[in-house]
Design a protein. Structure first.
Ligand SMILES: [Zn+2]
Length: 240
């Protein structure tokens, strides 16, 4: 934790900033965490796909707001990894520096070495990429009660609830009241090795894959979606 003995701020007013690992090309994977005792734990991810600039922009805008408001004034343990795939963000590619789609590289039961199309490269074996290994390590160590992963495609809130839980859907409903985006339990095509399967279906951690409209102007992404996510977090604070 950050320690500021001479400051009047409590340790939870400022995030703990960590380099949690390195990308395939050696770029730092940065994490910002506000920790609060006995508070719901949430992990917000951006840039799993480096070319989905809408998700990165929203993750960064949320982080900036969290820094200026001490984690939105909410009773949450809040972790951000705004660029899970910094190689792809830098190169504007879906995959990382090895061309692997990180959302097909998790060691799920349905992981497959066969790329469904050229874009969806799963890697030579599950968890072959440093980014997926570091992400999994963070999730297993910090045990978030909700993961929100910001992407862009057709606008949609793809909910992966844990068994016997509706938490992800309830948070998505709160978000959709702002955005009008549809809530889908199934994204509509098969996604072997993806985070939603790995975290929610196989490890019981509710995961919201948040698809922002691809190509939406970034100021509009932030205007429309930032308040929606914060309101979703407020719902989480009340539910957990
Ligand atoms: Zn994506």
């Amino acid at each position: 934790m950050s320690s500021r003995p001479s400051s009047s701020q409590s340790s939870s007013d400022v995030p703990n900033i960590q380099v949690i690992g390195q990308s395939r090309l050696g770029l730092p994977l940065l994490s910002h965490t506000w920790s609060r005792e006995q508070a719901p734990r949430v992990l917000i991810l951006g840039g799993v796909h480096g070319d989905e600039v809408e998700g990165v922009a929203l993750a960064q805008a949320l982080l900036a707001e969290a820094i200026s408001t001490a984690a939105f004034g909410l009773r949450l343990t809040l972790q951000f990894i705004t660029e899970v795939n910094p190689d792809g963000v830098l190169m504007k590619t879906r995959g990382n520096g090895a061309g692997v789609d990180l959302n097909r590289n998790m060691d799920t039961q349905d992981w497959s070495p066969i790329a469904q199309t050229e874009r969806y490269q799963p890697g030579p074996h599950a968890m072959s990429e440093p980014e997926t290994r570091h992400l999994a390590e963070q999730i297993l160590n910090n045990k978030p009660q909700l993961i929100i992963s910001l992407h862009s495609w057709k606008p949609m809130l793809n909910v992966n609830d844990a068994p016997n839980s509706k938490l992800c859907t309830q948070v998505a409903e709160s978000i959709a009241r702002h955005t009008g985006d549809r809530i889908e339990p199934n994204i509509g095509y098969s996604t072997p090795g993806c985070l939603g399967t790995w975290a929610a279906l196989e490890r019981g951690i509710p995961t919201l894959t948040y698809e922002i409209e691809r190509g939406l102007a970034l100021n509009e992404v932030i205007r429309r979606h930032k308040i929606a996510v914060i309101d979703g977090l407020r719902t989480l604070e009340k539910l957990v």
